[in-house]
Ligand binder design. Structure first.
Ligand code: FMN
Length: 208
């Protein structure tokens, strides 16, 4: 439930940033939260923007890092590599708030964090990483990419999905800029927060 206050016009920069962090933290845990499926934008090697919806899996407030899961063979994984610009956009229609985050993304495949995320994922989620050939491969027929013997059913045990681990990756986005927009008939509100080198956040109001 949103409290009545949530919809009050924000007039305090600290409270605005706290609202952003609170919504991101909730969105990682609540599949019905607006920010659970933000749009994640990367840049192709040719410099073309490329966007897709992704599920927000975790948010670390201390480092302002968002965690997503993806296939290591996906186009976005190649675009991101060990570090590249990322922009993440969410809109909470109930609260009439847009959140535009940017920073640097990196792909992790063989880290303890990736091992942990794999172990915690459901069997169904892990099944996605069994696709063969790789996601994005051209196919003569409409296909899921999964083998017929596992398509359409829940995997029975960990051994069945284990081969997918090699294809599983984390997309970690370290955020250094947050732009907030709140829509209201009485006058919109817009604020920009930039992470300073000493790990503090500097906020300022912008004309919407
Ligand atoms: C609701 C929704 C959630 C999605 N979640 C993810 C996700 O968590 N990870 C992912 O790699 N793709 C996810 N996708 C698929 C991507 O949007 C995209 O189509 C796919 O990953 C290929 O992207 P790429 O070719 O840019 O790598 C999701 C799509 C939808 C519609």
């Amino acid at each position: 439930m949103e409290s009545a206050n949530t919809f009050d016009l924000p007039d305090d920069l600290d409270a605005v940033l706290a609202d952003v962090w609170q919504r991101l933290g909730r969105a990682a845990k609540d599949r019905r939260a607006a920010m659970h499926t933000p749009v994640v934008a990367t840049v192709t090697k040719a410099g073309i923007p490329s966007q897709r919806v992704m599920v927000l899996r975790a948010f670390d407030r201390a480092t302002a890092t968002l965690r997503f899961h993806t296939d290591a063979r996906a186009a976005k994984a190649e675009q991101v590599g060990s570090g590249s610009p990322v922009s993440i956009l969410g809109y909470d229609a109930g609260a009439k708030r847009q959140f535009r985050l940017s920073g640097t993304a990196r792909i992790e495949t063989d880290t303890p964090a990736a091992d942990r995320a794999w172990a915690e994922a459901t069997l169904f989620a892990r099944r996605c990483y069994l696709a063969d050939p790789a996601p994005g491969t051209v196919s003569d027929l409409p296909v899921s990419g999964l083998a017929a013997d596992i398509e359409g059913r829940k995997p029975e045990d960990e051994a069945e999905v284990a081969p997918g681990r090699a294809n599983f990756a984390l997309l970690m986005a370290d955020i250094d800029t947050v732009e907030f927009l709140h829509l209201a008939h009485t006058g919109h509100r817009r604020a920009l927060f930039v992470r300073s080198p000493v790990d503090a956040w500097q906020g300022k109001w912008l004309v919407p």
